[in-house]
Design a protein. Structure first.
Length: 402
């Protein structure tokens, strides 16, 4: 007979040590609330996985003002606008001039590095590289998570509250009975071909380009590493593309009368990223609460994924703080409805801007031209550009961390 798992006790168990999970752990720590975090990935894998790189102004305020991360202002790049390039002609969206806000270019893996160091400094417990994670009993007042740690030791964490911040393949979400949740999803008929290359930036701000050949995004990661994407088929074979072919395609999608040219360099990562919109409702089952990609995913066009997860965490922290410190569970009871209001706004924005900027292979001539007209109307209108700026930089938050 196998020995019983080693049992640990905490107030909040967080499954998922990405930015959402570690931010929540940090905020709980600032309120004097104990938590334990676990993740099936090892620390090095999380720290070196390149993902989203745009932080909304509200996300920067949340992370920097609470001491969660420290390098964003020193090493991140503030962007006061972005460029929508349509058929080779630039239309700059002036975030500061339109809504008085900015976004910051700061890669998600660097956010994780900061958060992990902050957690270390606080002496918080994080189990990386775990396996066989199994959340249970969240319909009782004594939920627990069973797992095997990186050394092969079976463990159980018993807690008062359980949080699933474990990404789009969430074991926590999948542990909720099907009868208790609804799933809403949409698959898109295109994907992004993404690369990382060694090169200086092509432009000081991001460029969202729409052309007859399809969409392209000229993004950045640092002063020496650039991220670029172009629209492709979901079944595209990334390995079949040489560096020269990739840059020829990207250049063709940004060509214009101004003679703009991309900076190029060796490609060291290439991948095909399928598009999907997904929401699981509600974001709570008993004492299990979901946050971030565990509950919802968006196409990356609107730069909403990480930011939406951090806004979930803001609301969830306030709810858990009140429940633990004062016994007021009204915030927990209202968490799902409150978070979902912003989730569906972000879903709408992400779907809308994706539809406007991509060529839909399933759309007829009328719909293609109608979308082009809608895009022109948006970019030629002060009100349209202001809406785009507000949605992209992040809607005003509903409450403060007080």
């Amino acid at each position: 007979m196998a020995p019983p798992p080693e049992e640990l006790r905490t107030t909040v168990c967080i499954v998922g040590a990405g930015p959402a999970g570690l931010t929540l752990a940090h905020l709980l720590h600032t309120a004097g609330i104990d938590s334990i975090v676990l993740d099936d990935r090892d620390r090095e894998t999380i720290a070196t996985t390149h993902r989203a790189g745009i932080l909304e102004q509200g996300s920067v305020e949340l992370l920097a003002s609470t001491g969660a991360i420290s390098r964003v202002h020193a090493h991140g790049h503030e962007h006061e606008g972005t460029v929508f390039r349509v058929d080779g002609v630039d239309h700059r969206i002036d975030f500061q001039g339109l809504v008085g806000a900015s976004v910051w270019l700061y890669p998600q893996n660097e956010v994780f590095v900061d958060l992990a160091q902050t957690r270390d400094a606080a002496g918080g417990t994080v189990f990386y590289g775990v396996s066989d994670t199994s959340p249970a009993a969240f319909d009782t007042d004594r939920p627990h998570v069973d797992f095997t740690d990186a050394d092969g030791t079976p463990r159980r964490i018993v807690c008062d509250w359980l949080v699933g911040a474990d990404g789009s393949r969430s074991v926590c979400r999948n542990a909720i009975p099907e009868a208790e949740r609804q799933r809403f999803s949409l698959e898109y008929p295109f994907a992004w071909f993404g690369i990382l290359c060694e090169a200086p930036p092509s432009a000081p701000e991001l460029i969202y380009s729409r052309s007859e050949r399809g969409f392209a995004l000229i993004s950045q990661r640092s002063d020496t590493v650039q991220r670029m994407y172009f629209q492709c088929s979901p079944d595209e074979d990334a390995s079949a593309w040489s560096d020269d072919r990739i840059f020829a395609e990207l250049q063709a999608r940004v060509d214009g009368p101004d003679g703009f040219e991309l900076t190029t360099g060796p490609v060291f990562e290439r991948t095909v990223l399928p598009f999907r919109s997904y929401v699981s409702e509600p974001m709570r089952s008993g004492r299990l609460l979901l946050a971030g990609d565990a509950a919802h995913t968006v196409p990356p066009t609107g730069a909403k994924g990480l930011n939406l997860a951090l806004q979930d965490v803001r609301v969830l922290f306030e709810a858990l703080r009140d429940a633990v410190l004062s016994g007021d569970e009204s915030g927990v009871d209202g968490y799902s409805d409150r978070a979902l209001q912003r989730v569906w706004k972000a879903q709408n924005f992400s779907y809308w801007v994706t539809s406007l900027m991509h060529r839909d292979p399933q759309a007829g001539d009328f719909e293609t031209r109608r979308r082009a007209g809608e895009l022109r109307g948006l970019l030629e209108s002060d009100h349209g550009r202001a809406y785009l700026a507000e949605a992209y930089t992040g809607w005003p938050r509903e409450s403060r961390l007080t």
